[in-house]
Ligand binder design. Structure first.
Ligand SMILES: Cc1ncc(COP(=O)(O)O)c(C=O)c1O
Length: 375
């Protein structure tokens, strides 16, 4: 829970707490030690590089999805740098070779195209497989949905082209527990087990909600050890969300209150710009001190600053009526927020701050130049 003084804080601002971050990192580090695996931070979920020195103490490196993420990880974290992208660009590949140690290719055609350069630079190459098994029910987050472009299915797998490949990679999970991993692994072993014996490493991708309170860590460790021992491979995990889960807040202010059949409050933030997963996923973020509609006496629809009719964060109830100037604190706002936000409608980006439990320090602010430079 945050204890910092809300009164003097300028909004909107993402506040990420160092103590909460370190708590997550310690859990991940314990998993690495107990299971004998390596955990990489997926920068697509959380790239606030202020924390990279802290993350370096506990994790084995980063994984990236683009030249920019690879470079950020290389320059600011400096340990193992992995990369996977559905396809690589010719004009970026040489630069990538300077940053990354492990390259995961989406298809054998991509591998054939880049393997000469990659292997002669002494880098490790892997293939992303699509086991065609996932328990994700939202298609937009399901890498195994029909006609997926993500990974090579068994039908498209070309064992005769495995020369030079040292690892297999899969990513089929999202916010899931280790029972899902266990079932997924049974399918993967069944379909790709005979190739796993020939590998040096297997990358289990992301989607492991390891730092959630009900996550079954013992089962995760069992699955990792089973794969390590049976196939004599190194195991990598590359969670994004689990790194920063429940470590950040988005503090916003009420700008206006109106009624159009129900009470509505307009905030100085936006679902569309500052927490896009609220619309995309979709999900309802928690607000400290607020409840579901009707739980407390005063229920409001909370809306954002843009002209998008659907820029609505959700309906919440409060003990007291909301008034302009009131501060609202959204929880769990560190991952998939800063990395995805945008300036639609010219809405400014929230500042970025760190907290040490009691003090908040702003480390980044944004303004007109940031908006203008992108256009
Ligand atoms: C290939 C790959 N690895 C890792 C991740 C991180 O997943 P998460 O943040 O759900 O742990 C993703 C997320 O989309 C991904 O596509």
């Amino acid at each position: 829970m945050i204890e910092f003084d809300l009164k003097n804080i300028e909004t909107p601002v993402y506040v990420v707490d160092k103590g909460l971050m370190e708590k997550n990192l310690k859990v991940l580090s314990q998993v690495q030690h107990a299971a004998g695996c390596k955990i990489l931070a997926a920068l697509k979920g959380f790239s606030m590089y202020h924390f990279f020195p802290l993350m370096r103490k506990y994790l084995s490196g980063i994984t990236s999805s683009s030249l920019n993420e690879a470079r950020l990880g290389y320059e600011e974290m400096g340990s193992e740098v992995h990369i996977y992208a559905p396809a690589y660009r010719d004009d970026e590949f040489d630069e990538l070779l300077g940053y990354c140690d492990h390259f995961v290719f989406n298809s054998f055609s991509q591998y054939e195209k880049f393997k000469g350069k990659t292997l002669s630079a002494g880098k490790e190459c892997g293939i992303r497989i699509n086991p065609e098994y996932s328990e994700i029910t939202t298609d937009i987050y399901n890498p195994c949905f029909t006609y997926s472009r993500l990974g090579t299915t068994l039908h498209n797998f070309e064992p005769e082209k495995l020369g030079g490949i040292s690892g297999l990679h899969f990513h089929t999970m999202c916010e899931q527990n280790s029972d899902t991993l266990e079932r997924t692994m049974e399918v993967i072993e069944d379909r790709f087990g005979k190739y796993m014996h020939r590998m040096k490493w297997i990358n289990f991708g992301g989607g492991h909600h390891i730092t959630r309170s009900d996550y079954d860590i013992e089962r995760l460790i069992r699955v990792i050890k089973h794969i390590k021992e049976k196939y004599d491979v190194e195991v990598y995990l590359e969670p994004g969300e689990a790194i920063a889960l429940n470590t950040g807040f988005l503090v916003s202010s009420v700008l206006d209150v109106m009624n159009n059949g129900m009470d509505i409050a307009i905030l100085d933030t936006s679902a569309s710009c500052h927490m896009p997963d609220v619309i995309e996923m979709p999900y309802r973020p928690e607000i400290i001190g607020a409840g579901k509609p009707g739980k407390f006496s005063h229920t409001y629809r909370l809306g954002g600053l843009t002209c998008l009719a659907g820029d609505v964060i959700g309906d919440y109830s409060f003990e007291q009526p909301l008034e302009p100037g009131d501060k609202l604190v959204f929880t769990d706002m560190a991952h998939y927020t800063m990395v995805k936000n945008n300036t639609f409608n010219g809405v400014n980006l929230p500042s970025i701050a760190i907290s040490d439990g009691s003090n908040v320090s702003i480390i980044k602010t944004f303004g007109f130049e940031d908006y203008k430079r992108r256009l």
